[in-house]
Design a protein around this ligand. Structure first.
Ligand SMILES: [Zn+2]
Length: 337
């Protein structure tokens, strides 16, 4: 693809072009320019653009997910024609989402693998977007970006997986959603300082080492406007289900992509230090990540779990101690001026 052709592609899509104006080099935050098939910064860092998707990963860093390593492999090879092509009918569920649903949405969705009849789009616990700029860190196929677009935000999603970002683009086109997607790493955000009003992340930073999570949080602060907010879901070390999972693996040190559990006080001090004043609220109990909006997709025994979780969440508003034993917490942090 020549640079001239590429610019035509970019012009064809207003948000995509807007997206490119926000991008900088993830290594040194310098300006990027097109050089044939790559984005290049003044220090000579080069990033392939595959099917219009910039691969803005830092190759010398240890990748946090195997799909990051795979995306770098495709970027080096530079040949999009080798990637599998999907032709998804208007009324069909994207095959990537059909297969990935158990991984992206959690164990209570495993029965839907290969059998999904609709896209489970969650409800965002945020005020209406009113055109504000939204970044999702670790978007996979884009369910929260779709929710954000429908709530009036201008969403951009990043993920280290090229497969996921290609799926997010397909699903976005299919549903007529205006969202931009980039292959990138939370620790090295490829965006200008103070770009976003709202940052959101769900079931993502829990998979990183605490050191990597802290690096991601300080990048999130940099990318947030002053007065902006980050809403980030994290697992609680004292949650009943979380304790069960930790016991099953003998409370040993975590590794690779396993879930890291955090103490509520540790979440508050870390997020306050890395982003700004923070507070906790309950996302749910007994699972990591089942969404009340997906109740109708679940078998009766899981619906009961959702029901109990929602009842406890409501009660946690009256009895703050209950928040301390929730399995899934939201940390809301503001970047102060
Ligand atoms: Zn650079």
């Amino acid at each position: 693809m020549s640079a001239a052709n590429f610019k035509l592609d970019v012009k064809a899509d207003a948000l995509q072009s807007e997206l490119y104006q926000l991008l900088v080099c993830p290594r040194d935050k310098k300006e990027l320019r097109f050089e044939r098939t790559h984005l290049v910064c003044d220090s000579g860092h080069r990033y392939a653009v595959i099917e219009g998707i910039p691969i803005l990963l830092v190759s010398e860093a240890e990748q946090t997910h195997i799909e990051g390593t795979r995306a770098l492999g495709v970027a080096e090879f530079g040949d999009a024609s080798q990637l599998p092509q999907f032709h998804v009918a208007a009324n069909e569920i994207d095959p990537f989402v059909r297969n990935a649903i158990g991984a992206t949405n959690g164990g209570l969705y495993a029965h839907l693998v290969g059998n999904l009849q609709e896209y489970p789009i969650p409800r965002l616990r945020l005020p209406a977007g009113a055109g504000r700029r939204f970044l999702e860190v670790g978007c996979n196929w884009g369910r929260w970006c779709i929710a954000a677009a429908r709530a009036g935000y201008r969403p951009i999603g990043i993920d280290p997986s090229l497969k996921s970002i290609r799926a997010a683009n397909r699903v976005g086109r299919q549903l007529g959603v205006n969202a931009g997607y980039v292959v990138a790493d939370a620790r090295f955000l490829p965006f200008r300082d103070e770009t976003f009003d709202q940052v959101f992340s769900y079931s993502v930073l829990q998979h990183l080492s605490k050191e990597n999570a802290r690096a991601s949080l300080s990048e999130i602060r940099r990318a947030l406007r002053k007065g902006g907010n980050a809403l980030i879901q994290m697992p609680n070390v004292f949650g009943a289900r979380c304790l069960y999972h930790q016991a099953r693996r003998g409370f040993r040190e975590t590794r690779d992509f396993e879930v890291r559990y955090w103490r509520p006080a540790e979440l508050l001090s870390t997020f306050t230090k890395q982003i700004g004043p923070s507070k906790l609220s309950v996302d749910g109990y007994f699972s990591l990540n089942v969404q009340p909006s997906d109740r109708h997709l679940l078998p009766p025994r899981y619906r009961a779990v959702v029901h109990a979780s929602e009842a406890l969440r409501w009660m946690s508003g009256k009895v703050p101690m209950l928040a301390r034993v929730a399995d899934s917490l939201y940390v809301s942090s503001s970047r102060t001026a």
